[in-house]
Design a protein around this ligand. Structure first.
Ligand code: HEC
Ligand code: HEC
Length: 288
């Protein structure tokens, strides 16, 4: 009796399994962390992955994965943290510690993706990825010279420990930002500051607001905000002097959305030189 029952059960579960395969492949089949994407070349998986991507990743990596202000272009064939399916899985699941790249489940929504959804996202990334890596058009060696010399970027930006502190360090910018974003940062430095900054983005973008302080003795300090609360303001002036002010002791302080970075138009920095600087930034930090 018991045996007959279990046989019947076996037959039924067998049938169910077949049905599941017929109707739900691949979404209902178990997906385990493995070396190869089990959903590779599945265009439906790529579509589902695109949906996931928009919800969880586009905020930083841009629509179409082409990169944005907060995350690199993922259509590049060469990935800094590894190109294999397993590398991508690991990066997406574990994040990149010490960078804005969050661990799975640590995004604002706080909802983690299942392993299957991660593979779908990887299918999507593969579907938009360029086939071969195009070397950046510019000349990185010349870009390096310009950066430290005539273009004066290094007076405000540090690369690998050398340079000024008024602007953000740029060592990882090439691997963390899209080319379009870098170009725009140079040609229109204020545009990004002027962009609507949502609550969720604030923790990343508060730092480099421009501020002009006039202290109780009438001395004027232009610079960038490092830290601010209701009562105090910490800022770095254009001579890289750090100041800590109590707001109620100041004659005035004005914050502005006008970047302290000069706007480099084509006269100041010809397009070709900008390409060289971009190539230099891309050559740093491992994104080949
Ligand atoms: C809050 C911003 C942010 C979010 C959200 C985010 N990323 Fe990232 N991601 C980054 C940054 C910044 C890096 C670059 C890290 C570094 O400096 O190496 C990165 C790197 C990566 C890399 C490695 C690229 C390489 O060259 O190796 C992959 C792959 C990636 N992200 C995929 C995703 C996916 C998929 C999602 C959504 C599930 C996502 N990211 C969500 C900011 C983000
Ligand atoms: C007078 C100081 C100054 C000079 C000179 C300067 N910058 Fe900047 N830069 C800044 C400041 C301040 C910011 C932050 C505010 C902003 O985004 O505009 C910034 C932002 C940037 C950003 C955006 C970084 C990010 O992670 O969002 C890039 C890229 C950049 N600068 C590149 C350059 C390059 C390339 C040059 C030389 C051609 C240069 N800068 C010259 C002060 C400067």
């Amino acid at each position: 009796m018991g045996i007959a029952f279990s046989r019947r059960l076996q037959r039924r579960t067998g049938l169910l399994a077949v049905l599941a395969v017929v109707h739900f492949t691949p979404t209902a089949s178990p997906v385990r962390a493995q070396d190869k994407n089990p959903l590779a070349n599945d265009s439906n998986a790529a579509k589902l992955g695109e949906f996931e991507f928009r919800a969880n990743c586009a905020f930083c990596h841009g629509l179409g994965a082409r990169g944005g202000g907060r995350g690199p272009d993922l259509t590049r064939a060469q990935k800094k943290h590894g190109n294999s399916d397993a590398d991508l899985f690991r990066t997406i699941n574990e994040g990149v510690p010490g960078t804005a790249m969050p661990q799975n489940g640590a995004t604002q929504q706080g909802v983690g993706m299942t392993e299957e959804e991660i593979w779908q996202v990887i299918s999507y990334i593969r579907s938009v990825q360029v086939k071969t890596s195009v070397p950046p058009a510019g000349n990185a060696a010349h870009g390096k010279e310009l950066f430290a010399g005539p273009a004066a970027c290094a007076t405000c930006h540090m690369i690998e420990g050398k340079g000024g502190r008024l602007g953000p360090g740029l060592t990882t910018t090439g691997s963390a930002r899209s080319v379009e974003y870098i170009v725009d940062s140079v040609r229109n430095p204020s545009r990004r500051l002027a962009q609507g900054i949502t609550e969720a983005m604030k923790e990343f973008s508060q730092e480099y607001e421009t501020v002009t302080v006039v202290d109780d003795r009438g001395q004027k300090f232009p610079g960038v905000v490092l830290n601010e609360d209701n009562f105090t303001l910490q800022m770095l002036d254009t001579h890289e002097q750090l100041h800590f002010f109590e707001k109620d002791k100041l004659r005035s302080f004005d914050k502005s959305r006008e970047s302290l970075m000069p706007k480099y138009d084509e006269k100041m920095l010809p397009e070709k030189d900008l390409q060289d600087i971009v190539a230099y930034l891309l050559s740093l930090g491992g994104s080949k």
